[in-house]
Design a protein around this ligand. Structure first.
Ligand SMILES: *[C@@H]1O[C@H](CO)[C@@H](O)[C@H](O)[C@H]1NC(C)=O
Ligand SMILES: *[C@@H]1O[C@H](CO)[C@@H](O)[C@H](O)[C@H]1NC(C)=O
Ligand SMILES: *[C@@H]1O[C@H](CO)[C@@H](O)[C@H](O)[C@H]1NC(C)=O
Length: 488
């Protein structure tokens, strides 16, 4: 419902905007020589990401003015709000695939550069929409970091949990699936959650019944909060469970308050890396915190995430692309694409209308009211405790910090739950064994032909039960007849 309304308002905006553009041409808003133009930004100011983006973009435009004495008007529009009344030099920030596709179409027709901050854009999109620029780096390599951790901890099966309506999930899942195959593991279950958390119980009950206990969560912030609150109530944030999280959620853990984070203890996450020790980031960080707390006092934490850094870099890119007066939009686009600088989020450089993909990620472990920084994973290099010239890389995570798993366990979980009498190990016994002495399944039924039961006999069964006697622990099991012909 919510997304649908947003979509409708976007369509309305695009239609009205298109009309205005035809009627007004380019509006001369001011005669000031130092005025460069109007930059539009689409931001969902009800979300944490949108709030951060909005503050960061304003800061970028102000910093641009300080440096160049050229002013730009930043016109921020809520993604659910009223359409723009003015002609724009560029549009920044659509965050979802639906928004990008709608705005990119109009941008291409009207030759307005659209600088997207959505998850990822595929090649066909930038080919189709020649004025679309992808300014937030492709994060798919995160899935290789997840696979490398799964390999190191020797798990073989994982369950992936994602949002049913998430357009980017398909790419993420297929990338993860391939990365896992490379390390001898697989996605054994796919759990697509509806956007409405009240209809999740069936999906989550399913998680509990299965023996697999390694969950990879690829969800937005609000849904991830819901998921972990429910998981905690279902006693799935305890010993033997493994929860691995990715972006966007992993990069926003810092924004959570203490009561929310208490249901997430022991989660391990892969998040975007921010070069936060660089002086220009430190400077940005302090100003951002101050500004953010004034504009959004309702937020519990004011730290900028990667989304603020990317929005700042994107706004800065566009501002510098516009610094010559009276440039056509084609020229602005080509200036954007020639950008080459070290931004807050990393290197800003474009190939095929797309910013270079991210290659380094940070690994975190949620503990107490925040998280521990365990280390890093870099594409082609592996794990390291630090980053930069002194970094030593390895395929092992032994050099990284100690992980605290759910239930404060220090030993690496096995990744599957041991069978219990309520949830015994299920063993399929072939019904058509070649050698009856070896294995035989007998069917019994009462005189009416009802109440069918099976008995399992033979050397294989005797051997199995004898072995169980030798085990130092109790292993509840249940045979069931398997119709498949499995014999050698
Ligand atoms: C900056 O622009 C203003 C006009 O907007 C002008 O009066 C001032 O001299 C300029 N300053 C510099 C350092 O160029
Ligand atoms: C913590 O954050 C959650 C989710 O944003 C919110 O529902 C809750 O009211 C907050 N709790 C406190 C104590 O601020
Ligand atoms: C079905 O058979 C089992 C043993 O084969 C017996 O214990 C049970 O009482 C029977 N149930 C009914 C309803 O006949």
């Amino acid at each position: 419902m919510d997304k649908f309304t947003a979509l409708l308002s976007l369509i309305a905006f695009v239609l009205v905007f298109k009309q205005r553009l035809r009627v007004n041409g380019i509006t001369d808003t001011t005669k000031d020589d130092h005025f460069m133009g109007i930059l539009g930004a689409i931001v969902d100011t009800s979300s944490r990401i949108g709030k951060e983006e909005s503050v960061a973009m304003q800061m970028a435009v102000e910093d641009f003015f300080k440096k160049s004495n050229h002013s730009l008007v930043l016109n921020i529009r809520n993604s659910k709000g009223e359409p723009w009344q003015a002609a724009l030099a560029a549009i920044l920030g659509p965050q979802t695939w639906e928004e990008v596709s709608l705005v990119a179409e109009i941008g291409t027709q009207s030759h307005i550069p659209i600088v997207s901050l959505a998850d990822a854009t595929s090649k066909w999109e930038t080919e189709l929409w020649t004025f679309l620029v992808q300014a937030s780096p492709n994060q798919l390599k995160q899935m290789e970091a997840i696979a490398a951790m799964i390999q190191f901890w020797e798990w073989h099966q994982v369950t992936i949990i994602y949002e049913e309506k998430d357009f980017s999930a398909t790419a993420v899942i297929s990338y993860l699936s391939n990365a896992l195959k490379e390390v001898g593991a697989e996605i054994s279950h796919y759990v697509a959650l509806p956007s409405l958390a009240s209809s999740w119980s069936e999906h989550l009950e399913g998680l509990k019944i299965r023996q697999n206990r390694v969950f990879v969560v690829h969800l937005s912030l609000p849904l991830a909060i819901e998921l972990f609150e429910k998981a905690k109530r279902m006693k799935m944030m305890e010993k033997d469970c493994v929860w691995l999280i990715t972006d966007p959620f992993a990069s926003l853990v810092l924004s959570l308050n203490a009561s929310t984070i208490s249901s997430m203890q022991g989660i391990v996450g892969v998040k975007s890396y921010i070069p936060k020790n660089e002086p220009h980031f430190r400077d940005f960080h302090d100003k951002f915190c101050q500004r953010f707390s004034l504009e959004y006092p309702e937020e519990d934490n004011h730290e900028p995430s990667i989304f603020a850094a990317q929005a700042y870099d994107a706004a800065r890119t566009v501002a510098f692309a516009m610094r010559e007066k009276k440039q056509g939009r084609q020229q602005i686009l080509s200036n954007i694409l020639q950008s080459d600088f070290h931004g807050l989020s990393g290197k800003v450089q474009f190939t095929d209308q797309t910013i270079s993909p991210a290659h380094t990620f940070q690994i975190i472990n949620v503990m107490g009211e925040s998280y521990i920084e365990l280390g890093f994973w870099s594409d082609g290099l592996g794990f390291s405790q630090s980053i930069g010239e002194i970094a030593i890389f390895s395929s092992s995570m032994n050099g990284l910090g100690q992980v605290f798993w759910p239930g404060r366990a220090r030993d690496t979980p096995k990744g599957w739950s041991p069978p219990t009498s309520a949830n015994p190990l299920k063993i399929g016994v072939p019904t058509r064994a070649t050698f009856k002495q070896y294995l035989k399944v007998e069917v019994q039924q009462d005189y009416l032909g009802n109440n069918i039961s099976f008995s399992y006999k033979g050397l294989a069964i005797d051997l199995f039960t004898a072995t169980l006697q030798e085990l130092p622990f109790d292993l509840p099991y249940k045979f069931f007849p398997s119709m498949e012909h499995l014999m050698l």
